[in-house]
Write a protein that binds this ligand. Sequence first.
Ligand code: AHR
Length: 644
Amino acid sequence: MKKLLLPALIAATFSVSAQNALEITVEQPKNEITIAPEMYGIFFEDINFAADGGLYAELVKNRSFEFTNSPLMGWLTYGKVEVRTDAGPFPRNPHYLRLNNTGLLMGTGIMNEGFRGMGVMEGKHYNFRFFSRAVGLGEAKLKVELISAANDIIASSEAEVTSGEWSEYKLQLKPDRTCSRASLRIGLVSPGELDIEHVSLFPADTWKGRENGMRKDLAQALADLQPGVFRFPGGCIIEGNNLETRYQWKHSVGPVENRPVNENRWNYEFQHRFTPDYFQSYGLGFFEYFLLCEDFGAEPLPVISAGIACQWATDECVPMEHMEPYIDDALDLIEFANGPVTSEWGRVREEMGHPEPFNMKYIGIGNEQWGEVFPVRLEAFQKAIKSKYPEIAVIGSSGPSADGKRFDYLWGEMKRLKVDLVDEHYYKDPEWFLASADRYDTYERKGPKVFAGEYACHVPDRKNSFYSALCEAAFLTGIERNADIVRLATYAPLFAHVDAWQWKPDMIWFDNLRSVRSANYHVQQLYRLYQGTNVMQVKAAEENVTGQNGIYASVVTDENSRQLIIKIANVNKSAIPVILSLKLKGLPEVLKGNKIILKANPGDENTLEAPELVKPDESDATFTGNTISLQVEPESFQVLVLEI
Ligand code: AHR
C-alpha cells in the first residue's frame, strides 16, 4: 500500500486490481473518543458583502449617510440637497440630509443604488422606514418609488411628514415585477424643506419575519447546515486595519439607527478587488448573531480584539497599561450574553427583547495575532475572564499559518497560558490537504484543544471546484479521527456576493436574488449531519487510513441515532476496492441504511446558473455479515449511514 502525496498527478496512471483491495479493520478504540456535540459549525465574517449587501437583508447602502468622508456614497441627489450634522436624531450617526424643493421643475430628491443594485421580487412587500422632520411651517410630502434597471417605476407610494420634530415614518412598497438591480427614489414633492435620516428598505419576508432581519435564502442555507458552533464576527475585521477601526461589539447593539458605521477593512485590501463602498452598518450586530445562534442551535463563539490591530497592516498595539477597556469589553460581553437582567449589560439584552441568557460558553481573543505582543495581552484577558467566569472557555490563536516559527512559538505560549482551545488557520493547496490527514495523529493530548477555525483548500484558480471539496473531505477524516483533540472546526469564508467579492473560495455564493451552495458546502453538511458521537479505530495494516491507495477513511458511531457511519474519500481517477472488516460488538447480521455519495468531475463547480451540478446522491445500502466490500467510485466522497 502506498500513500499518495500528489494524487492529482499520480491518479491518472494509478489503478488497483481487485486482488489488492485495501483491507481496513474497524474496531472500538482502547480509550473512548467522544466527539464534541458542536464539532462542525460556521465561521461568519463580513467579507465579500457577507453581512451588508448579503445576509443582512437591508437593501439601502449607506442608510445613515455616514460613510467616512463620503456621506453621499451610494446616493444620487437631484435638486437642492444638503448634508448636515447639527442636531440630528442619532448622536452616533450625526449626518442627515436637508431636502429643499424650491419649485424647480426637476424637483428635489435622492436615489439609492443598493448593494450592486437592489433585489426585489414581484408581488412581495418591502418595508420602507425613515426618520424625518418638516422644516418651517407645514407638512411635507414624499414620493417613494422603486425603479427597475430599465428605468421603469415598479412600485410607488407616498408619505406625509407631519411634524417639525424628528419622527419615524413607515410605508410598504410592492413591486409589480422582479428585478435584481432596482434602485430606490425618494422625491420631495411638496414645496419647502424637510430633513431625512436613516432611510431603510427591508423585505417584509425576512428569516423568521424579523424586522431588522436576515435574507431568508441565505439564513436558510446556514440553518440547513445545522451548525454546532457559530464563530463571529471575523476574522481580520475584529482586528481592524488600525485600532480605531477594530470591531467594537458595544457599537453593534441597541437601536440600529444609533449603531455607528465602521469602515470594512476588506474595502481596499486587494487592489484587484477594490471595494471603496464597503462599510459595516452593524445592523447585523452581536444581538442578531446571538439570535441566529439560538435559531440554529449553535454554540455562540464571539471573537474580540486582543488590543492588536491587523499585523499585516499597521500592527498597532495598545500599551499594556491601557488594556483595561479592551478586557472590560470581554467581561461585559459575557455579561451581555449570560448576565441577569439586573446587570448593566444583561439589561441591554433585555431591552433588545431577550431577557433569557444566550448561554455563551466560548470566547475568542484576537484573530491571527503573532509575536510576543499577543501572549502578554492574552494573559491579561485570560486572568480577568477566568477569575470572574471560570466556566467560559478562552480561545487563543496560533497565528496566520499552519506551521513554522510563529506557529510553534504561539503553541508553546498557548500551552503555558493554559488556554482552553487554540485557533488554527490553514488556507492551503490540495497537496497539503491530502498530505495532512495525519496532522493531528501525533498532537500532544495534554493541554489546549484545537479549534480549526478557518480552513479551505485552494486550487490554483481558487474555484469552489469539486476537487477542492474532495480534498477537504479527505482531510476531515483526520479531524474526525482526532476528535478528542480537535473539538471544533469551521470552513472559511462563508459567503460571497458574485459582484462584490474580495476573497475566494467561499462556501455559499449569491447575487441580489439567488444563492448557490458550493461543493464544499455539501462536504461540510455531510460531516455535520453525520458527525456521530464516538470515534472508531480505523486501520489498514496497523496504520491510520490517510491516503493509502488514495483512500481516506474514518468511522464513527452515533449513540443517539444508533448508527454506524463510514466516511470514505477516494482521490483516484479509478475505482478502488476496499474491504472493511467490522470488529465491533453487537452489530446486526444485516446492516441496512443509506449511501450518500458526492461525485463529480474534479473541475465542476456549482454556480447560480447551474446550482446543482455537484450535489449528494442518496441510495439504499445493505450489507450482510461483518464485512463490507466496496468498489469506491473514482474521485468521490461517500458516507454510509447504517442502522445498528
Ligand atoms: O477568511 C478570510 C480571512 O482569512 C480572515 O479574515 C482572516 O482571519 C484570514 O486571514
